[in-house]
Design a protein around this ligand. Structure first.
Ligand SMILES: Nc1ncnc2c1ncn2[C@@H]1O[C@H](COP(=O)(O)OP(=O)(O)OP(=O)(O)O)[C@@H](O)[C@H]1O
Ligand SMILES: [Mg+2]
Length: 471
């Protein structure tokens, strides 16, 4: 049954329904909103909330997740059923970001942590009511501009990431960013820091995979002079360097079990003990971690502590590989091409449509970083303003030849590798068409079938068959 009937008035443009059973939270929130010139109605239970919502059709809803006669999630689902599109902002208890994230999954527009701060409330309400923020551009304008946090992309996956960055930034919530190499994990970590209240303090990066295991402890927690060979003077650890700011633990899945245990203790106690010292020093650091490993698997095989995982992973941002969001390729390509031209002091170049189509089909194993490198190479290789399909293919081929880890290979193997790469790239250039690829390569179609099979590439049968190069 729909409650939107002819008897109901049109949604009131600036009426906000505040649902919270805690009198003081409700009154404060209502007071703030009224001071902002917004009309409010308030409810303290699910029953009251649904009744008011149906009667008054507010423009937006602020919803506490814990109510005496039901959960906020149930209310959220019911409101969405009755009036899809009504913005619902969740008010979550301190430290319950997990619940808020769950609500966002179900469709909440945004969330505010308790205690409700006036600035945060105004920012969120202005955003959902689409009012320009005083003295700044609106989020919508920032999206329309195509660039947010220095990030480019409009795929659903990336929009979701923008949302998560926005949610996480104002809190101290520990974020784990998971994704393949080159997907933009560090960029996201920096964006969270840059939009947090810690932005004026340090952002310190610690790559757990790059530091030898004997040194990582001293690197993290510091050491006293003489505590081990080579410790010629006292040294502060990165936890202390990052004090007041953000510590980015990159490749967090690569720590030894001993380091994991020590890190866990620091996270639990909020204190570090430098190597060779017994003094505990308090640290106030926000932790953001990144991993290219799938940590649940690492936990299953006993390589990563589950308790540590839960400590660092209050909120996960999963960054999909570029091949899973190909609609971002054109915008990213243009962005990096523009950047590379500017950096090299050359006139702006443009990608011709077929060059762009070609880019859209590549497997992008190196993700956004590979695309960026390819655009930089194009600027060096192509003197003309217009980049053709052939230019793009040439640049891609060079990258393939160069990415062979530099090791010497027997000629047979090198030839096989080259053949594989060349066939794959011709295939992708032809949108997977076997006939066209066989013609390009000057070989029979049956011969191409044989080669593809030998290369372990799935080949559909029949005339006009196309190979899907998803990976
Ligand atoms: N959405 C994006 N918009 C603009 N630039 C991006 C985007 N994603 C990634 N980049 C750029 O791609 C490059 C790789 O990104 P980044 O270093 O953040 O990846 P990463 O996931 O940390 O990789 P690795 O696991 O190898 O450390 C950087 O130059 C970064 O600026
Ligand atoms: Mg990185």
């Amino acid at each position: 049954m729909s409650l939107r009937g002819p008897l109901m008035s049109a949604p009131s443009s600036e009426l906000i329904l505040v649902i919270d059973d805690d009198d003081s939270v409700r009154k404060t929130t209502v007071g703030f909103l009224n001071a902002r010139g917004l009309a409010t109605i308030a409810a303290s239970s699910v029953g009251e909330a649904l009744r008011l919502f149906a009667q008054r059709q507010p423009a937006a809803v602020l919803l506490d997740l814990k109510l005496p006669d039901g959960t906020g999630l149930d209310v959220l689902k019911e409101l969405q059923r009755q009036a899809p599109g009504t913005p619902v902002v969740v008010i979550s208890g301190y430290g319950n970001v997990g619940e808020a994230v769950e609500a966002m999954r179900v469709g909440a527009t945004d969330f505010i942590e308790k205690p409700v701060s006036r600035d945060r409330l105004f920012a969120v309400v202005d955003k959902i009511l689409r009012r320009p923020m005083p003295g700044g551009e609106t989020d919508l304008e920032r999206v329309a501009d195509g660039s947010r946090y220095g990030m480019v992309g409009r795929s659903e996956a990336v929009q979701r990431i923008y949302q998560l960055i926005e949610m996480a930034a104002p809190t101290k919530c520990r974020v784990l960013i998971a994704g393949e190499s080159g997907t933009g994990k560090e960029l996201i970590a920096r964006a969270i820091h840059a939009h947090s209240s810690r932005r004026d303090k340090a952002f310190v990066e610690l790559n757990c995979a790059a530091i030898p295991s004997e040194l990582i402890e001293s690197e993290m927690f510091g050491h006293l002079k003489g505590s081990f060979t080579g410790a010629v003077s006292d040294r502060k650890g990165q936890f202390e360097v990052a004090s007041g700011g953000t510590l980015f633990l990159d490749e967090v899945g690569d720590m030894t079990p001993m380091t994991q245990t020590k890190l866990l203790r620091v996270l639990q106690e909020g204190e570090v003990t430098p190597v060779g010292s017994s003094e505990r020093r308090p640290v106030d650091v926000r932790i953001i971690s990144a991993t290219s490993k799938y940590l649940p698997d690492e936990i299953a095989r006993g390589a990563f502590r589950e308790d540590l995982y839960h400590r660092i992973n209050v909120l996960t941002i999963a960054v999909p590989p570029l091949r899973a969001r190909r609609e971002d390729v054109p915008e990213l390509a243009e962005h990096f091409l523009r950047l590379a031209c500017a950096e090299n002091g050359v006139r702006p170049k443009r990608l011709l449509p077929r060059a762009m189509d070609f880019l859209g089909q590549l497997p992008w194993h190196g993700n956004v970083r590979e695309l960026r490198n390819l655009m930089e190479r194009l600027v060096v290789l192509v003197p003309r303003d217009a980049v053709t399909h052939q230019d793009a293919m040439d640049a891609f081929q060079i990258s393939g030849a160069a990415s062979d880890e530099g090791q010497a290979l027997p000629l047979r193997e090198a030839r096989a590798r080259f053949e594989r790469q060349y066939i794959l790239y011709r295939l992708s250039a032809n949108g997977g068409s076997l006939g066209q690829t066989a013609r390009d390569l000057g070989i029979e179609r049956t011969n191409l079938y044989r080669k593809l099979k030998a290369l372990g590439i799935q080949v559909p049968r029949g005339k006009g068959a196309r190979v899907t190069l998803q990976d």
